[in-house]
Design a protein around this ligand. Structure first.
Ligand SMILES: C[S@@+](CC[C@H](N)C(=O)[O-])C[C@H]1O[C@@H](n2cnc3c(N)ncnc32)[C@H](O)[C@@H]1O
Length: 389
């Protein structure tokens, strides 16, 4: 694998995390389930990829998310949130806000629409990202900063709108493979001095989830118990509200399609995607696609309604992306000082990436989960695919 080399400091950081994982592995008898390895690699306090100081998101980081790419995504999402604020408390809770780009766009646009939130909670596990979010908001929406409150766990009870962009894919996964006779759980052990895959008989919970899928020997894939548990916790705290989760993924029948034999586990390092989760722990993102049927099941098993499920492209079109583009491109629009040509090029470029089936438009989906909400949702008015879950 020909990946860019890290600096000496970054390498030293990765070695410290490597040592911490080795210590945890030795304490556990020389083997860790992959989910534990991923949890430590991404979230070990002060050392994990999301807990420590690496740049992560944006052009100088490892990957770019929709709100990082353009404020257009947040502007359109704000229209859906603004419509929900007509019947819900004007309170937003964003899960895992990254650099704060989405929070800034949502706050700007909700204010422009005349429906600024009374409070904007951000649930953020990483102290480093909290600081980055605060800096972004202080620069882009200083007048609304006093409405933003950081949380380190879900509130006990919540009414309002919850948003999570590319959060479920960052939750630790179990990896499994099917052999001739059984389901095996993938774990991590030291092989030839380095971390490597090591398989054991799957525990009952994993085997019980995978066996009914009827997968052929040789098949390998993932299950995210952590994402389902997160949805169950959210359901417990949700009093009256709607949660919108946007991520790459599919319903179960596509996730576990007979031809998808090597799963969806993926790593991102300096804008290169590869499949080795043991490369420089702490310096790269580790992720898997989201099984939206499992998310829907976790939601309905815990009392939430599935209010809609569709592609990102369909959601953005339903929510008025073309009107937003027209407004921004109108030279007379308030605050539009950019030359029409450069504004046009930059916005149409991002619209193309957000909507195109070859880019984010089809692979990315959005699911709406709700409690005590009966309204039809703007973003799912046409092309709702809930029946495919
Ligand atoms: C890929 S980044 C996405 C950041 C941002 N939402 C964006 O779209 O740019 C994943 C984020 O999910 C957060 N995350 C993962 N698991 C979480 C959890 N259980 N609770 C809160 N945040 C979580 C990570 O800390 C990180 O900020």
């Amino acid at each position: 694998m020909n990946l860019p080399q890290p600096t000496a400091d970054a390498l030293a950081h990765s070695l410290r995390l490597n040592q911490l994982i080795r210590t945890a592995m030795e304490a556990a008898g020389g083997w860790l389930p992959f989910s534990t390895y991923m949890e430590l690699a991404l979230y070990a306090p002060g050392l994990g990829y999301y807990s420590a100081g690496a740049r992560k998101l944006g052009p100088e980081g490892d990957f770019v998310t929709a709100p990082e790419m353009s404020p257009l995504f947040g502007k359109v999402l704000a229209r859906q949130v603004s419509a929900l604020f007509e019947s819900l408390p004007r309170i937003l809770l964003e899960i895992g806000a990254g650099s704060g780009a989405l929070a800034a766009s949502l706050l700007e646009e909700l204010q422009a629409l005349g429906t600024p939130p009374d409070q904007y909670f951000i649930l953020e596990l990483s102290a480093d990202l909290r600081q980055r979010e605060r800096d972004t908001l202080a620069a882009r929406v200083p007048h609304l900063l006093d409405r933003v409150i950081w949380l380190s766990e879900l509130p006990h009870t919540f009414s309002g709108v919850v948003i999570g962009n590319e959060v479920l894919d960052a939750m630790p996964i179990e990896v499994f493979r099917i052999t001739d006779h059984e389901v095996e759980q993938a774990g991590v052990a030291i092989t030839e001095e380095a971390f490597g895959w090591s398989f054991r008989n799957a525990p009952d919970t994993l085997a019980g989830t995978v066996t009914p899928l009827g997968l052929a020997p040789g098949y390998r894939s993932e299950v995210s118990f952590a994402a389902s548990a997160f949805i169950a916790s959210l359901a417990k705290s949700m009093d009256k509200g709607v949660a919108l989760f946007i991520d790459y993924g599919f319903p179960s029948h596509e996730y576990y399609h007979p031809q998808r034999t090597t799963g969806t586990l993926m790593c991102h390092y300096r804008h290169r995607a590869h499949a080795n989760p043991f490369f420089l722990p702490g310096l790269q993102d580790i992720t898997a696609h989201v099984d939206f049927s499992a998310i829907a099941r976790a939601a309905s098993d815990n009392g939430l309604d599935i209010l809609g499920y569709t592609t990102q492209a369909q959601f953005l079109i339903n929510s008025g992306i073309t009107d937003v583009l027209a407004d921004v491109l109108n030279p007379r629009a308030a605050g539009n000082t950019a030359a029409p040509t450069s504004a046009y090029l930059s916005l149409t470029n991002s619209a193309q990436r957000l909507l195109s089936p070859a880019e984010m438009g089809e692979l990315f989906k959005i699911i709406a989960l709700g409690h005590h909400v009966e309204l039809p949702l703007l973003g799912f008015a046409s092309g709702d695919k809930t029946h495919t879950l």
